[in-house]
Design a binder for this molecule. Structure first.
Ligand code: PMP
Length: 393
């Protein structure tokens, strides 16, 4: 369409019980808090309830025979099933390591890939800018002697071994990525947190050496803190398990059991035979919501002429069987004028994350696209009033 109007704040509904954000409320779109999916899970209702009796889950151990002895067998089974149903990763021939969020697995993998006996100096950790802002923080937080953040992979010129984080689709900009440094001494970690059909077309099963996934971005249950790694090399998997053993002696069984149930429900929602009457296909539901949000956002951006957004080419998605473009969990917005974009938005009570945090330009910000409806609608409405300096703001 060509008419430029502002968004409308919706009425309260059963699926959307918190519409009463005042029109001048602060909108926090800094974190990628995936509350957008709440509306789906409300519809699922009791079909995803998990109960625990007092006598359950007392033991530290979940599966003593498994390499990852704290991994609940039911979660392992549901992880494999879901990857099979979605077709986004190969599980055959991989070891599964569960973590307290993929955040813990990132730390475990840095530990597992560093080799203090053969490498007296900390191994360099790189990722191509704009990179996920947690990588530098996690890498350098406890000033480990094993590894050290070395910045943007595009500028990495040190000899010797290194770890490259390859985030695909990328946080913050949503693009599909390949490794940048490409040297023999490199070790790659593929962070595939967003390689799910609601965000991006699934073009084939990923089969990299080390792949990280998380329930947070897949189903929206960030609060359960469950992530998993698919690891080819048994020695790397062993070292990751050791790290988690020392760090937290395993991962909450309740959280794993609940995650297993949630994954089971979304796998079932995708299959024609076991579909629950009250639930749509989870990924199609999410994809539909994100498609609508991106449409609204692009329309406002087109109208106020102050920002640009990344463009995505349609690709065939093996999961849906259709051609679609990406609808990332974040909008990476670039201001056309020479301003601190995060500040500009803060002036309009919209909290975003500055491009600087991603090793990039302060003219850019990352904005969460996975908030609740009412926050997103208020954001779009307010964005339509943001003007640049040239426009007399
Ligand atoms: N990797 C990427 C690329 C992410 O965006 C996030 C969450 N923002 C994580 C890892 C960590 O997710 P969690 O610890 O919630 O599993």
């Amino acid at each position: 369409g060509s008419k430029c109007s502002s968004g409308v704040v919706p009425e309260a509904t059963e699926n959307n019980p918190r519409p009463n954000l005042s029109s001048d409320a602060i909108i926090n779109l800094d974190h990628g808090d995936p509350t957008m999916f709440e509306s789906y899970w409300r519809k699922v209702g009791n079909a995803c309830t998990v109960m625990f009796m007092g006598y359950q889950s007392l033991s530290y151990f979940a599966n003593p025979k498994n390499l990852c002895w704290f991994l609940e067998p039911k979660l392992e089974e549901e992880i494999k099933k879901l990857h099979d149903v979605v077709g986004n990763a190969t599980v055959e021939g991989y070891h599964i390591v569960v973590g307290t969020g993929s955040s813990q697995l990132i730390q475990a993998v840095l530990y597992a890939l560093s080799d203090p006996l053969n490498e007296p100096n900390p191994i360099s950790v790189v990722s191509a800018a704009p990179y996920y802002s947690s990588y530098p923080e996690v890498t350098d937080f406890v000033r480990s002697g094993l590894y050290k953040w070395a910045g943007d992979a595009h500028n990495f010129d040190k000899d010797g071994s290194y770890i490259e984080m390859v985030t695909s689709p990328n946080n913050p900009d949503g693009f599909i990525r390949e490794p940048i440094v490409n040297r023999a001494q490199g070790m790659l970690v593929h962070d595939l947190a967003y390689y799910w059909p609601q965000y991006t077309p699934i073009t084939g099963p990923a089969d990299y050496d080390i792949m990280l996934f998380t329930v947070s971005k897949c189903t929206g249950h960030a609060g359960s803190r469950i992530g998993w790694a698919l690891v080819k090399d048994i020695n790397v998997a062993r070292k990751m398990v050791k790290f988690i053993e020392i760090n937290t002696i395993g991962v909450s069984k309740e959280a794993q059991q609940r995650a297993a149930k949630i994954l089971e429900v979304i796998s079932d929602s995708c299959s024609q035979t076991v579909r629950l009457p009250e639930s749509d296909n989870f990924f199609e539901y999410g994809q539909h919501l994100l498609t609508e949000r991106w449409k609204k956002l692009r329309e406002i951006v087109r109208c106020n002429k102050l920002f640009t957004l990344p463009k995505f080419h349609p690709q065939h998605c093996n999961f849906t069987g259709d051609f679609a473009e990406a609808h990332p969990a974040f909008a990476w917005m670039r201001c056309k004028e020479d301003v601190d974009c995060e500040k500009l938005f803060r002036g309009h009570k919209i909290l975003t994350r500055s491009g600087k945090r991603f090793g990039s330009d302060p003219k850019c910000v990352r904005i969460s696209m996975v908030s609740r409806d009412e926050e997103f609608d208020l954001f779009v409405k307010r964005l339509s009033t943001v003007q640049g300096i040239a426009n007399g703001n």
